[in-house]
Design a protein around this ligand. Structure first.
Ligand code: ADP
Ligand code: MG
Length: 735
């Protein structure tokens, strides 16, 4: 029966097969142009001009002054796998030209009409030949020409209706063409490029040639961009892992909504999403405002380390030691930014605007979030005690951002010094007793571990992984930072520098906001009394202690009940302003003691709760860049909330590594309880386990107090490969 018979398998017509294959290499006009540009550069051209009609769909014409094509080679020029660049497979290993698979021109002839005019050195005339479906049509015709090659690609995708229809907007395609030429002109500043629309007199891209990369950037991206760029260079030269990178990155003054990333690896324009993200993270962490960077980088790797053939368009690359390269570049970018950013003002993005909402207006979670889009308040650092020392304190902190350890040592010296001069008259005997208690309660083993540890990375939102000798430990950043802030608030009592809020925040409103939040959490009931009444009582309590707060803790509350300054407890760290209302509430409760002595501890606790490195209130944006370099299709979630969240999280991650840990190494006296309450956990590591087992074995004696959630989150290993590479042995998780 007919029904039972399977359908016949037919071989597809070859031209159809070729057309499908061609469509993979030549995806759109810009990808055709990229291939043509690479060929011209391979031919040693110093001038390349491009004319485009209908975004390249009607015509792409490229003219170069390269070495041209031999007459004898014209008949096979457009056959698949014809190339002058390799002859044997081994050559693939060392080929250094841009294209080498002999596929580009052939592909174009299957989806467009191709005409080549060329003349080599020393000839009196050139030749013109047309190609279709991989073959030359007729013989080459002699014609007048100059040395070099001109290639015309007409009616791209004329025989692939679906593809052709997908290009609805020729001006989009033209923009992509311009983008490709712009980028190549930066990488090849010695070559003069031009690109214009057919019939236009004015070129849309024009570089002078014989110039520098920076000049080319100026010509193409404008002086506004080139002015704000910093040169960057780094390299590595291990036998198995070597590379060289140089380029330009934007400084703190540059601002843009989108990242411009121009990346060349061995002279090939490529995308590398993980690298792009890694750099964006550094920018978000180091620069106060979440401006997206401009990056131009040219990376050279031993060509045997690059595999360009993973993707038909060669746009996607994968290479050996990708993680370590990304990390090295990340470090270089960070250093340059910190250096260029020496004089930056201390900023903190705040949502204090919420404090000024009219009374009675509902403040939902969503509104709190959106209010963060409002103009940022700035915290300007001043010294409450000695106005003369103000400038000094300000500058010192910026200049020493680069070396956290030096900065911390300086703080310690300063502290000792001022202890010497002013004696130990820091406060009352109550504070001295508290500090003595801190000393006697210090866990010496934990102290030694923290002092001599290396920060590896964050294992989840609160746990950091550190290494001490050959051991690994998980450290709870929240409880550790809380303790550090508490101890430092007391140690530096009466000598705390002040952070000035650009907009003073009314205590009363802050407390009302906090009560609203408490209500949402079910901690406040109408029967407790009216919010206004409670807020008034609390507010008065704080005002009564205003002088005490100002003198001891540098919390300045003016006569109108506005918070004007907050203390700087640990250098380079400002608290998360989203938590200010809650702090006001805690503060009002902590000053509610008859004896001033008893207030010290309570205020220090309230401060430590506020200054601790809590996970930001906005959820962490998903951080799952594609594992290998992938074509970034520029569909970035450019929503403000996403940006805000990303910036908050990366700022916090950065602070934990560069501020919290260095400060803890020098200043923290970890109390005994931390050894058993889950703050510090030892993790078992074994040498010699293959790298692919990225697990940890937790010590069997997991404290009972460790929440199950944390245990579970540990199984989802979140450290990236770069962090893992820092480990001297391979970790193993077992739960
Ligand atoms: P590939 O670049 O991978 O070798 P192509 O299909 O892009 O393959 O080009 C095939 C060959 O045509 C090249 O190897 C080169 O010899 C020659 N060719 C192409 N474009 C030019 C040009 N603009 N100038 C000189 N030779 C060219
Ligand atoms: Mg080529």
């Amino acid at each position: 029966m007919d029904m039972a018979l399977p359908p016949r398998i037919r071989k597809l017509e070859e031209s159809v097969v070729n057309r499908i294959a061609a469509g993979e290499v030549i995806q759109r006009p810009a990808s055709a142009l990229k291939e043509l540009l690479e060929n011209s550069l391979d031919a040693g051209a110093t001038v390349v001009s491009v004319i485009v009609k209908d975004g390249g769909l009607k015509l792409i014409q490229i003219t170069d002054n390269g070495h041209g094509i031999r007459y004898e080679d014209l008949p096979i020029l457009c056959e698949r796998h014809t190339t002058s660049k390799i002859t044997a497979f081994e050559d693939l290993q060392r080929v250094s030209t841009l294209g080498f698979r002999g596929e580009a021109l052939a592909s174009m002839t299957f989806v467009a009409h191709l005409t080549v005019t060329t003349m080599t050195e020393g000839q009196t005339h050139g030749y013109r030949a047309s190609y279709k479906d991989g073959a030359m049509e007729g013989d080459p015709r002699p014609c007048a020409a100059v040395k070099g090659t001109q290639i015309m690609v007409e009616n791209l995708f004329y025989n692939v209706t679906a593809r052709r229809k997908s290009f609805k907007n020729p001006s989009d395609e033209y923009a992509r063409v311009v983008d490709v030429i712009s980028k190549y002109s930066i990488q090849n500043p010695k070559v003069g490029f031009s690109c214009k629309k057919f019939g236009d007199a004015r070129a849309d891209v024009q570089t002078p040639g014989n110039t520098s990369a920076l000049e080319a950037i100026r010509a193409v991206y404008g002086p506004g961009t080139s002015r704000e760029l910093i040169e960057i260079k780094t390299s590595k030269n291990d036998s198995s892992d070597s590379f060289e990178m140089n380029g330009y990155i934007s400084s703190a003054n540059y601002s843009a909504k989108r990242t411009t990333m121009i990346l060349f690896i061995n002279d090939r324009l490529v995308d590398c999403a993980p690298l792009k993200r890694a750099i964006e993270v550094v920018y978000a962490a180091v620069l106060p405002k979440a401006s997206k960077p401009y990056i131009y980088m040219s990376i050279r790797l031993p060509s045997e380390h690059v595999d360009v053939n993973v993707h038909p368009t060669k746009k996607e690359v994968s290479f050996l030691n990708q993680e370590s390269l990304i990390e090295a570049i990340q470090t270089a970018v960070e250093q340059e930014l910190l250096q260029s950013n020496k004089s930056r003002t201390f900023y903190a993005q705040t949502s204090l605007e919420a404090a000024f909402l009219p009374q009675g207006q509902p403040r939902s979670q969503a509104e709190n979030k959106s209010s963060q889009k409002a103009p940022v308040n700035k915290l300007v650092r001043t010294d409450s005690q000695s106005p003369a020392g103000r400038m000094h304190a300000f500058l010192a902190s910026g200049a020493e951002l680069k070396n956290d350890l030096t900065a911390m040592r300086r703080i310690v010296r300063q502290r000792r010094h001022s202890n010497d001069t002013s004696g130990s008259s820091s406060g009352s005997s109550a504070v001295e007793r508290m500090l003595a208690a801190v000393d006697t309660e210090t866990h010496s083993g934990l102290l030694e571990i923290i002092r001599h540890s290396t920060f590896i990375g964050m294992a989840d939102d609160v746990l950091a992984l550190i290494q001490h000798k050959t051991r690994l430990y998980l450290m709870n950043c929240l409880t550790l930072s809380k303790e550090l802030m508490y101890q430092q608030a007391l140690v530096r009592l009466r000598r705390l520098n002040a952070l000035r809020l650009s907009n003073p925040a009314p205590v009363y409103d802050l407390i009302v906001m906090a009560l609203d939040e408490e209500e949402q959490c079910g901690n406040y009931h109408a029967t407790d009394g009216s919010k206004d009444g409670i807020a008034q009582v609390y507010c008065n309590q704080i005002l009564k202690r205003a002088e005490f707060l100002r003198e001891c803790f540098s919390i300045d509350i003016d006569d109108n009940g506005n918070v004007c300054t907050l203390p700087l407890i640990v250098e380079q760290h400002t608290p998360d302003m989203d938590r200010l209302p809650l702090f006001a509430l805690h503060l009002s409760k902590s000053v509610d003691c008859d004896v001033e002595d008893e207030c010290f501890e309570a205020v220090a606790r309230a401060l430590s709760e506020f200054y601790a490195l809590h996970p930001p209130l906005l959820p962490r944006p998903s951080t799952n860049p594609p594992a290998v370099c992938a074509e970034s299709n520029e569909t970035e979630m450019d929503e403000d909330v996403g940006l805000e969240a990303e910036s908050k999280w990366s700022q916090r991650d950065w602070t934990i590594q560069h501020v919290l840990f260095p400060a803890m190494k020098l200043l923290l006296k970890p109390p005994v309880r931390m050894a058993t309450d889950g703050t510090a956990l030892q993790v078992r590591g074994f040498a010699g386990i293959p790298r692919r087992f990225n697990f940890l074995i937790l010590r069997k004696t997991i404290p009972r107090s460790l929440p199950l959630r944390l245990l579970l989150s540990l199984t989802k290993w979140k450290l990236n490969q770069g962090d893992l590479n820092k480990l001297k042995f391979n970790p193993f998780i077992y739960i």
